[in-house]
Design a protein around this ligand. Structure first.
Ligand code: SF4
Length: 408
């Protein structure tokens, strides 16, 4: 899907439609982030057997269309503006290897606006940027490369419509996540726009209890102070609500939240009023959805364990881990070096924030192992994990697998 924006862009803003990506640029991106081994397994119906290991890849994993777009645009900008300084406004995606690779080709993190000149180029990440930051960037006169994902823009259009129609947006998302920060700013850009952010079903339950009158408003005073728009008045601002999701949330949870809030509005206003006071549109992006569906499909094989590869701050990767952890031992790892040995593994457990080290994670004997990776994880990293997994399991790489050239 091409990146897109809803407004007429000034000449200094480039999107895919203005910055035509050359095939040589695509090849460079594939070379930097692809994996010959992952491609080989993909060609073998997503399965391979190596000694005592049977490895199943999820049928959808790794870079999504939004990340592919963002990286191709960033590399094309590097090629096109080869004589200019190029900066990245935040992380282009949540993966340290990718951000490091961009730095290696001369795309540096933006550290304040004071030194920016109209000669400079700034890349807006796939998550988008909050509107005040975007305005400040425009005032510098620099050239902007907008890689905001089309699915994120879709959410913005939805919340803008809610705000214009007098609905408060309930965002199912992580308050501080870049995408949700940008979405919040889109709500506030509409006069009278209001929002409240719920992170998960338990927070939505508390909000629903206030709406339906089971809990007094004051019970959530601190919650509204932290996670709602400035000046939020729950007595006034929960009369009409519209639900939107951060694009990478767990689809089943978003659905449950919608049902819970709808039920609360029914209790408070009656069934006849609900169509006028409650709206819900699933704004989880299709790439997130198909990766979650693919994990559900993979779990049907009954794997002995799952490895989920991606940055610890990657929302969509974390949700893939949560799904798998409900069914089998699951390890969310950032890369091959997390597989310390057959005894020890460093990983982030589902629903937790920090990394831990676990022991005895790789049992002896025949094993079926499921693998997937988040939308911000290059295949190259997944390929390195597979090579390392085979090594720590005491098996040998199939001779036909090359670990040079296009990467593991
Ligand atoms: S996860 Fe979805 S919304 Fe985010 S960049 Fe990828 S396709 Fe776009």
């Amino acid at each position: 899907m091409a990146s897109q924006v809803a407004v007429t862009l000034p000449e200094s803003v480039h999107t895919r439609s203005r910055l035509f990506v050359q095939s040589s640029t695509r090849q460079t991106v594939a070379h930097h982030f692809g994996s010959a081994i992952v491609e080989a397994i993909r060609q073998q119906d997503y399965t391979c057997r190596v000694g005592r290991l049977t490895l199943h890849l999820a049928r959808e994993f790794g870079f999504c269309y939004g990340v592919d777009d963002a990286l191709e645009l960033a590399y094309e900008a590097r090629r096109r503006f080869h004589d200019r300084k190029i900066y990245l406004a935040g992380e282009i995606i949540h993966n340290p290897m990718v951000n490091g690779q961009l730095a290696a080709v001369g795309i540096q993190p933006l550290d304040g606006l004071a030194h920016l000149t109209p000669q400079d180029v700034v890349i807006i990440p796939a998550f988008g940027l909050p509107t005040p930051e975007l305005s400040r960037l425009r005032q510098t006169g620099c050239t902007l490369i907008d890689t905001t994902c089309g699915s994120v823009v879709h959410v913005w259009k939805r919340v803008e419509r809610y705000a214009r129609d007098g609905f408060t947006t309930v965002i199912h998302g992580k308050y501080d996540h870049e995408e949700t920060a940008a979405t919040r700013s889109q709500v506030l850009a509409i006069p009278g726009g209001r929002y409240v952010v719920v992170r998960d079903l338990s927070e939505a339950e508390r909000l629903a209890d206030v709406i339906s009158g089971l809990q007094p408003v004051d019970m959530l005073h601190d919650f509204f102070a932290r996670f709602a728009s400035p000046g939020f008045d729950p007595r006034r601002d929960l009369e009409k609500i519209g639900l939107a999701n951060q694009t990478t949330m767990l689809a089943s949870e978003s659905l449950a939240i919608a049902e819970r809030l709808r039920a609360a509005m029914t209790v408070r206003y009656g069934e006849d009023e609900v169509p006028f006071r409650f709206r819900s549109f699933d704004t989880i992006c299709s790439a997130t959805q198909v990766r979650q569906d693919a994990v559900a499909q993979l779990l049907a094989y009954g794997p002995d364990l799952m490895l989920v590869v991606g940055g610890y701050n990657s929302s969509n990767t974390g949700h893939l881990c949560e799904m798998a952890a409900a069914v089998c031992p699951t390890y969310h790892i950032t890369g091959a070096d997390c597989l310390v040995s057959a005894e020890r593994i460093r990983h982030k457990p589902a629903f937790q924030t920090g990394e831990v080290e676990s022991h005895h994670w790789l049992p002896a004997g025949k094993l079926t192992i499921g693998l997937t990776s988040g939308a911000s994880t290059p295949d190259r990293i997944l390929g390195e994990v597979i090579v390392r997994l085979i090594d720590v399991a005491g098996e040998s790489l199939p001779p036909e697998w090359s670990v040079s050239g296009a990467g593991a």
